[in-house]
Design a protein around this ligand. Structure first.
Ligand code: ATP
Length: 253
């Protein structure tokens, strides 16, 4: 099966600093993958390379088999990217914004209407759909950009820190939406600092430290790395500790 996302020895440097270092990773269709790591580990840089917004210095990114460097248009059509600080046109209502995005993707009006209706229901957006986005709370904005990102039904959703700053009800709504997407056979690649988020929703977790993959596997596989009495949090802290050597513990996919 063609991986939904494939990173082959991807390296990104900012000047002389290597932010992402020979990262190799495959994410399957229908998988929810959480990319976990401390501040500055290279999560956003990796996500931007997957989304085609940053070009790797070395290595290749493929989305649904399409190499981002040679077939970028096709690769980008397969995915949607939701940044951690998303952009909204403040003088539009949420409905107008969604209609604008639907037109950008050239969706037929009938298709656009039915998809907007479905996403509005799934994200519980009815109460603020016709308000200007300038007055929105973070949770309302996040739901609006998520709906916009899903309008063209991308095979891959790449999302930076999806749960930060959301209240428990909105976290539940977003979790259910993301889980629903993977049940439809689509892929979610999310970054997070938060262990609980990864633990709660991810099929597999990749832990990045100083631009390198420190470990990747299912929760059970990561737990199998634990020493006696070690929690997942202990494993995470151990794998991301500064004094750790450069060993990579990649478990079978
Ligand atoms: P956080 O969890 O804090 O958002 P992150 O894991 O997403 O961090 P990145 O934003 O990918 O990390 O940054 C990785 C490293 O690259 C950091 O040390 C950061 O300071 C550095 N970096 C990121 N963008 C640039 C840039 N444009 N120029 C120089 N250095 C950068």
């Amino acid at each position: 099966m063609t991986p939904a996302i494939e990173l082959c020895h991807v390296t990104k440097r900012y000047g002389r600093f290597t932010a992402v270092d020979r990262l190799a990773l495959e994410v399957r269709p229908g998988e929810m993958f959480a990319f976990l790591g401390p501040n500055g580990a290279g999560k956003t840089t990796t996500i931007k390379m997957i989304a085609g917004l940053l070009r790797p210095d070395e290595g290749t990114v493929r989305v649904c088999g399409h190499p981002m460097d040679h077939d970028g248009r096709q690769a980008r059509m397969m995915l949607s990217y939701v940044p951690d600080e998303p952009f909204l046109y403040e003088k539009l209502t949420a409905r107008e914004f969604l209609e604008f995005v639907a037109r950008m993707y050239r969706l037929p009006p009938q298709t656009a209407r039915s998809r907007i209706d479905r996403l509005v229901a799934r994200l519980d957006m009815g109460s603020f759909l016709d308000q200007l986005t300038e007055g929105f709370s973070h949770g309302m904005k996040q739901r609006t950009v998520l709906a916009a990102a899903l309008l063209h039904e991308p095979a891959v959703l790449v999302i930076d820190e999806p749960m930060v700053g959301l209240d428990p009800r909105t976290v539940r709504t977003v979790k259910e939406l993301l889980t629903g997407i993977t049940r439809e056979g689509r892929t979610v690649f999310m970054s997070t600092h938060t262990l609980e988020v990864a633990e709660a929703v991810a099929d597999r977790i990749g832990i990045i430290r100083r631009g390198r993959l420190a470990a990747a596997g299912t929760l059970a596989q990561l737990r199998s790395l634990a020493a006696a009495n070690e929690s997942l949090e202990d494993i995470f802290l151990r794998l991301t500790a500064d004094e750790q050597d450069e060993a990579v513990e990649t478990l079978p996919a």
